[in-house]
Structure formats: C-alpha cells, structure tokens
Design a protein around this ligand. Structure first.
Ligand SMILES: [Fe+2]
Ligand SMILES: [Fe+2]
Length: 480
C-alpha cells in the first residue's frame, strides 16, 4: 500500500488499505448509498448535474495532492485520506505523555473519543445543508465553484469521521455513522449538535463570514485533534487541515472583495462618510456598518462553539491524551498542566474580569484565545484594504462577552465593546449591533445570480487570481 498515493480502483478511494480490510470496506459500502441519497437531498440545490471545475485529492503529499477537472458533484470521488504515519510518534501531552501513540482505541477512553469524532463529524454535513441554496444566487461562476468545492470537501470530511467510526468503534460506531445522515441543520426535531450549525446561511456575505469564522473554529478543533495520542484521528485531522485552508481562503478573500467593492464605489461617488448607509446602498454595494454587523453575528456564534470557559470535559480530553492544545508540539512547557494556571475572563459582580484558573480546566478558553488571535489577522488585512482606498472605517472583532449563548457571558448582555448593559438597553440597541430585518432585506435584494463567465455581481470585486491559475473569464461551472 502506498500511503502517499490514493487507491482509486474501488468504490471508495482511499490510502488506508481498504482493499484488504473486508469488514470496514463492506461497512462503508453499505453506508455509501445513504450518503449519496443525503447528498442528492441536502447538497447544492439545482446544480447536481452541472459540470464543476473541482479539485480532488489524489495524494496526501503536501507538495501536490490535488488534481483539477470538471466533475458532476454526485460523481465526486469522496475518499478516505490519512496523512502519512510518523515513525515512532508518541503521545505528546497529558497523563500518557511519552508513551507510543495509540493505533487502537484505548478501552478506557472509548466513549470520550467516540464523542469527539461524532461532534466533529456532525459539523461537516451540517454546513453543506446550511449552504445548499446559495448556488442559485452566486455572484459569479468563480464564487459558485468555490462554494461547491467547500461543499464536496465537507462531504469528504464526513467520510473521514465515518471511517473512524466504522473502523474503530464497532456497532456503536456504525449507529453513530447512520445518525450523522439523519440529523438536519435547523430541524426542530433532529437538529445538528452545535448551535452555529443550525443557523441559516441566507446570503453570500453570510457564507463568506461563515467560512472565515466558523470554518476557522473547525480549523482550531482539527489542530487540537491533530495532536491526539490516538494516531488515526491525528492523521485524519492533519489531512483535513490541508483542505480546510482553502475554505478559510474563500472566506477571507470573499469579505476582502466585498469590502473593496464598497470602498471603491464610495470613492467613485465621492462619499466619505461610511455611516451614510442610505447613500452607499444606492450604489448597489453593502455598506461597511452592515458588514460589521454580519461580522459581529458570525464571530459571536463561532465563539460559542468552543464551549464553556471552564470545562471538565476539556480537561479530561487533554489529560487522557485525546485532544491537545493548538500546536501542542510547538509549545514549551511540561505538557501535563497539572500545576499551572491560565487567565480566564469571568463575570464577577456584574463586571468582566480576568482571573487565573487551573490550566487544565481552562483549555476551551485557551483554544478560543488562540482562535481570536488567528481571526484578528484577517480582520487586519480587511482594514488594510479599506485604508488603501482612503475610506475611514475600521472593522473589529466583537468582545467575547457580546451576544453569547454559551459560557460565562450567556447570562448577561454586552455591547460589541464589552460594556455590560441592561436587557432593556439591549432590546433598544440590538439592531445597531446585529443585522436587522431591514439589513437582511437589503442584502437579499442584492443576491441576484451572475452566471456569465468573467462577470461579477455589483457588490463584489473580482478575485486577484483565478483558481488553478485560470484566466478571468474561465467557465468554472458549466450549467446543466
Ligand atoms: Fe470540514
Ligand atoms: Fe471547512
């Protein structure tokens, strides 16, 4: 078996030697029709027979792992790909630090590990469901293609987790794999497991914000699980991160192009005041204050995905060697955290304060801090784009106490700057912080499809370069 190159001969492309693993191969082949049914029901609506210029992973070699070609999405070769095994890899943190990494599930951690895999797995199909209507309002064929690329790869990430469930978790794993195809984003009776994955993604600005903020939570979770002492999970997550980078690229450049178009239109029309929303909207672009509100919404929803600031589950997952910190292998400390502390934002007598807590219990908070640092890089680049046009406006990440449903700050109301406010004031000012019905209606009014190759909707600038270096008028999607 060649671990770098992928075996494409069977029904399920893989580099895990599925050909000689009859039990798992049969289990996955049995799961396959349900997956295809799910894709046809819940995948991109209206484009299942269009030819899309997509990349498919043909190798896990970081130097050249994908090939591009036209494919109908239901024919996409969803495969099971693990990053190469590292000789002599050890558990690098927690109580088992220094032991050989596990190739089988340690019995005592079975339930905890299964839970991690299921939660990760549940987010993957959820985002496909959330985004299924967006193809119909794509601002260009380039953007439409990027949406579909993200969608098929989230489908592959589901395969990645389902493989682990079938291979390592017996009957319970099989039942969980089936349940992953049964839950539905936003469904009243069988919703997806995490809040942000049950929200709507009604328009393309939401899509870009989602891929920037929510896929980045995915990145952080994958980074933490890539450190896992359970080697198959680590290897799966490492390869998923390669694909995930493109999703965040789509988000970051998407918002950049929206911001750029707005600022250029303002300049051309001689509008200096970014807050003169009415005037800016007459230009057919999205005003910067509304972009800020969308940012507030998606950033705060994504912060909830990190869970409670103080968490025994997080402590246990680390202590057991199942889920590490962001880039654990590059951190310089004892990697057991038994005697260290970490500063956590808490609510004390109605005030937000920073307080040291045991480092083990504070791991969600720590990962969230790492996440916010990562978020701020792209926000900085958006501001550079604004600055370069001469418009005066600064986008900002909201304070972590703003608009939270989970954790320390779910009990209070705070503005985006982190000032605690009364419920009455919140009700009065909510629409200054988060998109109002009017904002949503306006954005929706802009969501008209542009399907001529090389053309873009009024509210978004073209990208700097094409995908796979294709020219500007390349036909990324051949509509059926
Ligand atoms: Fe994913
Ligand atoms: Fe993603």
């Amino acid at each position: 078996m060649n671990i770098v190159n992928v075996d494409y001969d069977g029904l399920i492309p893989n580099n895990v030697g599925l050909g000689s693993d009859t039990r798992v191969k049969r289990a996955l082949e049995k799961w396959h029709p349900g997956y295809i049914n799910w894709w046809n029901d819940m995948g991109p609506e209206g484009f299942q027979s269009s030819l899309v210029y997509l990349r498919t992973a043909v190798s896990v070699d970081p130097k050249g792992w994908a090939k591009f070609d036209y494919v109908k999405m239901p024919d996409y070769r969803w495969g099971i790909l693990l990053a190469p095994q590292q000789e002599g890899r050890k558990v690098n943190f927690g109580a088992h630090k220094g032991e050989d990494a596990w190739q089988e599930v340690p019995g005592e951690y079975r339930a905890m590990l299964r839970r991690l895999v299921v939660i990760q797995g549940d987010t993957e199909p959820a985002s496909v469901e959330q985004q299924r209507h967006l193809g119909k309002t794509a601002p260009s064929l380039y953007d439409m293609r990027n949406l579909f690329q993200v969608n098929v790869e989230e489908g592959r990430h589901l395969w990645a987790m389902v493989y682990l469930l079938h291979k390592y978790f017996g009957t319970e794993g099989r039942d969980e794999a089936d349940a992953l195809l049964e839950r539905r984003s936003g469904d009243a009776d069988t919703p997806r497991m995490l809040g942000a994955f049950n929200e709507k993604t009604p328009d393309w600005l939401s899509f870009f914000m989602f891929t920037y903020f929510t896929d980045r939570d995915g990145k952080m979770q994958l980074e933490a699980q890539a450190q896992s002492g359970f080697d198959p999970l680590s290897r799966t997550c490492r390869f998923m991160l390669t694909e995930e980078a493109h999703h965040m690229f789509v988000g970051e450049t998407g918002v950049t192009r929206v911001v750029q178009k707005t600022c250029e239109a303002m300049k051309a029309a001689g509008i200096d005041d970014a807050n003169d929303i009415e005037k800016v909207r007459k230009l057919g672009v999205i005003d910067l204050p509304t972009i800020q509100k969308k940012l507030n919404m998606h950033c705060s929803l994504s912060l909830d995905l990190f869970g409670n600031e103080i968490s025994t589950n997080a402590a246990n997952a680390f202590h057991s060697g199942l889920k590490g910190r962001f880039r654990e292998d590059r951190l310089d400390d004892d990697h057991t955290l038994e005697n260290s502390t970490y500063p956590v934002t808490r609510l004390k007598d109605g005030k937000i304060v920073l307080e040291d807590a045991p480092a083990l219990s504070s791991l969600n908070m720590r990962l969230r801090d790492d996440y916010l640092k990562d978020c701020s890089l792209g926000i900085g680049r958006w501001n550079k784009t604004i600055e370069a046009t001469g418009v005066k406006f600064e986008l900002k990440a909201p304070h972590q106490a703003f608009h939270r449903q989970i954790g320390e700050f779910s009990k209070i109301k705070a503005d985006p700057a982190g000032n605690v406010m009364s419920d009455a004031d919140w009700t009065k000012q909510r629409n200054d912080f988060l998109p109002s019905d009017g904002d949503r209606d306006y954005i929706e009014s802009l969501m008209k499809p542009e399907v001529e190759p090389g053309k873009f909707a009024s509210w978004i600038a073209p990208p700097k370069v094409g995908i796979d270096n294709k020219p500007g008028d390349f036909e990324y999607v051949k509509l059926a």
